[in-house]
Design a protein around this ligand. Structure first.
Ligand code: FES
Length: 161
């Protein structure tokens, strides 16, 4: 888990530097971010594509289009990326219970992929939506005010799709 967090921190820092250097909506900046993401994680997940789009304030479609012109970029092939917030504010609202429920229901830990290759579990330190926590995302879509039961239901719905 520590290594995952370190990588996320490294990527977040790089992303902030890149948007400062290139400016929002910069295609060159987005390309540099995609390369940086791949350097750190060895592939570009859906979640990171959403993150890059948010940071550069562009539509996710632009990020996906640019990726098509970058054959060296490997897109994550999982169907579902579940990202749990590990931040202290979500923790004080009960996220540990949510995280345990997610891990138990999916049967995987952070930075692992389910045996059938469909689901990857990842973590973030804070989504900056602490007031609505505990937070998690599935393919970039937010689920706020999660609790153990809601997390189990949501994970089961993904497993059974
Ligand atoms: S601590 Fe979870 S969104 Fe900030």
């Amino acid at each position: 888990m520590k290594e995952t967090n370190d990588k996320e921190l490294m990527f977040n820092e790089s992303l902030e530097n890149l948007v400062d250097n290139y400016g929002t909506a910069s295609q060159e900046g987005i390309k540099a971010s995609l390369l940086e993401c791949q350097n750190i994680f060895e592939f570009v997940s859906n979640n990171h594509q959403v993150e890059i789009a948010r940071t550069f304030q562009v539509d996710i479609k632009l990020v996906k289009t640019l990726m098509k012109f970058m054959p060296s970029i490997k897109e994550s092939i999982v169907e579902y990326e579940v990202v749990c917030c590990l931040g202290s504010r979500c923790a004080s609202n009960g996220s540990m219970e949510v995280i345990m429920a997610v891990k138990d229901t999916l049967g995987i830990g952070f930075n692992e992929t389910s045996k059938d290759g469909r689901i990857r579990l990842m973590s973030r330190n804070c989504f900056k939506k602490c007031g609505q926590g505990p937070n998690l995302t599935v393919n970039g879509e937010f689920y706020h005010k999660m609790n153990k039961l809601k997390a189990i239901d949501l994970m089961k719905s993904i497993l059974n799709k």
